[in-house]
Design a protein around this ligand. Structure first.
Ligand code: ATR
Length: 294
């Protein structure tokens, strides 16, 4: 009989909690990194029911888990069970990565960091002195807005269907980081004016995600300009209708695959302290995009 040596008595445990978790590709990503680096670590998915979050966290702590990711719908609720949340996670209002050090839990948000890294790698640009428009005002928008503000953007416009939610994020930025954020509801003329002024436009909504692949968060009457960088947090499909339309104006267009990838890489680095070298990282990213293509 074949003896499987992948999991040993000394193997360290990591994983992801959320509901659902069946669709998550984080196990493949993290286990591939451990395999590549030869680290004795395993990453497993845990589906947690709504009223079981506290029990689940206690259990993971009791089992001496090295660290875990947190996904929908617990990124906010998890914060009250964490001993120390990072400053950035508090501003973002969400934790997606937890590290266990001797029974003390530390909370981080690597979505924001993952977004910034992916954006810089793929566009060759940063956010300093840039005018940026965010479409949507949910968790992804807040993480991205906080990061961009911390990195010195000149102006952040938050455009959202429910204006009060855009106001809320603008308030967080203006009161805690810098007075650079403005909110706006959905209004074709006003939105077009905003997009015209921006260097970077980011869709943080799920509009255009599979299976609604023909939808776009922006009216087809609005024009974009070739110097603009357009980012869509969606990675399925890899080229959304929004990116397709903006590509026709000659804009540089980037999908959310890199954000997903780098939030995982940062989590891995937080748990293990290992910095993954550039070359294998690129190789891993290529393989990772291929999994999602299937
Ligand atoms: P996430 O945490 O991934 O950012 P979310 O919290 O559900 O997801 O936020 C999604 C954002 O996309 C919301 O701001 C939502 O607008 P509302 O605040 O008005 O609900 C926006 N959004 C999602 N679907 C939309 C649609 N069909 N039209 C307009 N806005 C939409």
């Amino acid at each position: 009989m074949y003896i499987d040596h992948r999991v040993l008595g000394s193997t360290k445990l990591t994983g992801i909690i959320g509901n659902p978790v069946e669709h998550s590709i984080s196990p493949q990503l993290h286990n591939s990194i451990s395999f590549y680096l030869g680290l004795n670590l395993i990453y497993v998915p845990f589906k947690v029911e709504k009223n079981e979050l506290e029990n689940a966290v206690r259990g993971l702590k009791a089992l001496n888990i090295a660290g875990f990711n947190v996904t929908v719908p617990y990124k906010k609720d998890i914060m009250k069970f964490i001993d120390e949340n990072s400053k950035e996670a508090i501003l973002v209002g969400a934790v997606n990565t937890v590290k266990n050090i001797n029974g003390r839990l530390y909370g981080y948000n690597t979505d924001a960091e993952g977004f910034a890294r992916a954006f810089k790698e793929e566009s060759g640009e940063g956010f300093k002195a840039k005018q940026v428009a965010l479409i949507g005002a949910g968790g992804a928008a807040r993480a991205i807005a906080v990061k961009i503000a911390l990195e010195g953007a000149k102006k952040i416009y938050i455009v959202n269907r429910t204006k009060s939610k855009a106001d809320e994020i603008a308030g967080i930025i203006n009161n805690n980081i810098m007075n650079i954020a403005e909110s706006c509801g959905l209004d074709e003329e006003m939105n077009a004016e905003i997009y015209k002024k921006c260097d970077i436009i980011i869709n943080t909504t799920s509009i255009g995600m599979y299976p609604e692949v023909k939808s776009s968060p922006v009216s087809r009457n609005i024009c974009f300009f070739s110097h603009q960088i357009i980012y869509d947090v969606i990675y399925n499909p890899q080229r959304t209708q929004f990116l397709e339309d903006c590509g026709r104006f000659g804009c540089k267009v980037i999908n959310g695959l890199g954000m997903l990838f780098y939030q995982g890489i940062y989590a891995y680095e937080i748990w293990t302290g290992v910095k993954i070298p550039e070359e294998p990282l690129k190789d891993l990213f290529r393989s990772f995009s291929n999994i999602l293509d299937k």
